[in-house]
Design a protein around this ligand. Structure first.
Ligand SMILES: Cc1cc2nc3c(=O)[nH]c(=O)nc-3n(C[C@H](O)[C@H](O)[C@H](O)COP(=O)(O)OP(=O)(O)OC[C@H]3O[C@@H](n4cnc5c(N)ncnc54)[C@H](O)[C@@H]3O)c2cc1C
Length: 262
């Protein structure tokens, strides 16, 4: 790992200023960034630690929305009685990310900014039609994810919170890699003011919506509505965990189970 300068700003404004520095990187739980640095995949000259930004922590439920601060850990979301009441599928998703150690350090902001193609939170954000708030603007889920580890974030832009609309129904199912527990395929489904949404992670270069499954479920919110549904394997991932065809076959199956669990 190359040497780097380290700072822990006490305010969002100071963090945003420091993050604009050349080759500076924000660090939250470090669960993805430090691993990448150890492997030489990232070599920032400066690390800007967000740990002291109290405004970026916490969970509130009001006006039909669950708002989660970017520095809130997976474990805190999983343990939140408010999240479990408002969107149980979201608490379930957070509680099944990685292992206990990862959940106690990793944050929702870091997960979304990293946008790993097999990450879980992107499926919930796209699957619920959430809004990602940053220090400069608010970005709709459909405009946030830009493919493999890419997002709409500008250099140095800081995610501050995420607002999830509370749906009438929502479900999450993940077929996980046994070691890391990342999604080989994960499907988040919801029905609410935003209509029906079906978001798939782990299967492609990044999270995406399965529009055909959405229209089937819009007509009938039941696993039976997905009987005989197929998803094209074109562009899906093939790796040691499974072929593109295998992942394509899993998507409607997991979507049906998520609907049944909703
Ligand atoms: C063994 C292991 C298993 C895992 N299993 C899973 C799993 O099953 N499912 C899953 O979804 N994830 C899994 N993860 C990843 C985990 O969820 C990480 O916590 C997450 O990817 C990154 O969050 P972090 O807070 O640790 O971010 P960091 O590693 O600190 O940062 C990640 C990236 O985001 C940027 N960043 C961080 N915070 C912000 C912010 N507020 N605004 C803008 N940019 C920001 C950083 O600059 C960096 O580029 C696993 C990780 C490990 C090590």
């Amino acid at each position: 790992m190359q040497a780097f300068a380290y700072s822990k700003p006490a305010s969002l404004a100071d963090a945003a200023y420091a993050a604009k520095g050349a080759n500076a990187k924000l660090v939250a739980g470090g669960q993805s960034l430090l691993g990448a640095m150890k492997l030489g995949l990232a070599a920032p000259e400066a690390l800007i630690d967000l740990a002291d930004l109290a405004d970026l922590k916490g969970i509130t439920v009001s006006g039909g929305f669950v708002k989660i601060g970017a520095m809130t850990t997976h474990a805190e979301v999983a343990a939140s009685a408010e999240v479990a009441k408002a969107i149980p599928a979201l608490a379930d998703l957070a509680g099944n990310i990685g292992d206990r150690q990862v959940r106690n350090r990793g944050t929702i902001g870091g997960s979304l900014a990293n946008n790993d193609p097999a990450a879980c939170y992107p499926a919930a954000v796209l699957g619920l039609g959430a809004t990602v708030h940053t220090n400069t603007r608010s970005i709709a889920a459909d405009d946030f994810f830009k493919g493999l580890y890419e997002t709409a974030l500008a250099e140095g832009e800081i995610i501050t919170a995420v607002s999830f609309p509370v749906p009438d129904k929502a479900g999450w199912q993940k077929f996980k890699q046994p070691a890391s527990r990342f999604s080989i395929v994960g499907v988040f489904v919801s029905k609410g003011a935003q209509g029906v949404r079906v978001a798939v992670t782990g299967a492609g270069a990044g999270v995406f919506r399965a529009k055909d499954l959405e229209s089937r479920l819009a007509g009938n919110w039941a696993a039976a509505a997905l009987a005989g549904a197929t998803v094209s394997a074109d562009g899906l991932n093939s790796d040691l965990h499974g072929s593109a065809e295998y992942r394509a076959a899993l998507i409607p199956v997991l979507a049906g189970r998520a609907v049944s669990a909703s």
